[in-house]
Design a protein around this ligand. Structure first.
Ligand SMILES: [Zn+2]
Length: 354
């Protein structure tokens, strides 16, 4: 089914909140090779040599690990504050042109500090772009630090301590957990999340990737041990009615990433995403791009892919958009502005899309 032009215009104009985008995952092949040459970074033997070759490789991931292996090499070209700023600014501009009004974006500090890149270089670079986007594009932004599941817990605990000053300055607003899921059950990070709650500012967001490749037990552990108020991906929650009931009762947002799941073969097709189950169960979810440079689509492409697969009604989309606002880490006045923008978009299109 193709999306008709009026619905496409509606979906482009619909104010969007993105809760699941890794800033390092927005590194387009063109910029990657530009930074590799600017910073004189030698990419490993066997790594694709051209934009075309790299793009082709991005279209053929076997699974999450196959992607991650390339993702960590890709971020090695990020060396200077300007590199981190250029990366984030390119994403923010492009997503804003697709209707982004609020973003809570991830970054993987250990992917940089492990390479000897200073914490200030990373944080100042990203912050320069985020504050510029707030001023020039009028969007609201939050920054979420992700711990890497495949590294020793001690490494993550040290990272929590090292980055505490940035939380205290209000420059980082939440804690997440990403990278290799299978074999790294959330319970492993209980102490890290406990440290956050004891040392980070009140109101910090706690989330975790879970239920992407892993089953509902990964979601259950993230809720039980990490006490998260959000789940990243979480699509396998639908296999467990008890978890679904908990998510709905506690209004826990799932940050669903359809094109990511397809590209990483978590699903064979976007039509396998549990969109209807989530709408019917009352579990709030947003639609996100995850690593758009790697997965063939930014936020609007993900909205269109869902529309193409499910032919949702305008009312369905308004529910998704309003849930995305309600579950965002923003103050009530910003939420009110975004609800007003969504209502205006709805009234403009409701008659056209009956
Ligand atoms: Zn992700």
């Amino acid at each position: 089914m193709t999306v008709d032009s009026t619905m496409e215009s509606f979906l482009r104009e619909l104010p969007k909140c993105e809760h699941h985008v890794h800033l390092e995952g927005t590194l387009e092949p063109e910029l990657l090779f530009k930074l590799a040459s600017r910073n004189n970074v030698k990419l490993p033997k066997g790594y694709p040599k051209t934009v075309e070759e790299l793009s082709y490789r991005y279209e053929h991931f076997k699974d999450l690990q196959d992607f991650l292996d390339l993702y960590y090499v890709g971020m090695s070209v990020l060396q200077k504050e300007q590199d981190f700023e250029d990366l984030a600014w390119e994403y923010l501009n492009r997503a804003h042109s697709e209707g982004l009004e609020h973003v809570e974006c991830f970054f993987d500090p250990q992917g940089h500090t492990e390479r000897g890149i200073g914490m200030d270089v990373v944080i100042h670079g990203f912050r320069n772009a985020l504050t510029r986007a707030e001023k020039e594009l009028g969007i609201s932004t939050k920054l979420i630090m992700c711990l890497l599941k495949h590294l020793p817990v001690a490494n993550s605990l040290q990272t929590m301590k090292d980055f505490k000053p940035y939380y205290q300055k209000g420059w980082i607003h939440g804690l997440g957990l990403d990278s290799t899921e299978i074999g790294n059950l959330p319970e492993k990070f209980t102490e890290c999340y406990k440290y956050g709650r004891e040392n980070y500012p009140e109101g910090s967001l706690y989330t975790s990737h879970a239920g992407e490749e892993g089953g509902p037990e990964y979601v259950e552990q993230a809720l039980k041990y990490l006490k998260v108020s959000r789940i990243d991906h979480g699509i396998h929650s639908v296999e467990d009615p008890v978890i679904m009931k908990t998510l709905a009762e506690r209004d826990i947002l799932l940050t669903v990433c359809p094109l990511s799941n397809k590209r990483l073969q978590v699903v064979d097709d976007v039509s396998e995403e549990p969109i209807r189950e989530l709408l019917e169960s009352g579990v709030p979810f947003s639609i996100n791009s995850d690593d758009p440079a790697y997965f063939g689509g930014y936020i609007l492409d993900n909205y269109l892919a869902v529309q193409n697969a499910f032919n949702l009604s305008v009312e369905n989309w308004i529910t998704i958009a309003r849930n995305s606002v309600r579950c965002s880490v923003i103050d009530d006045s910003r939420k009110k502005d975004l609800y007003t923008m969504i209502d205006k978009c709805f009234h403009k299109y409701e008659a056209l899309l009956d």
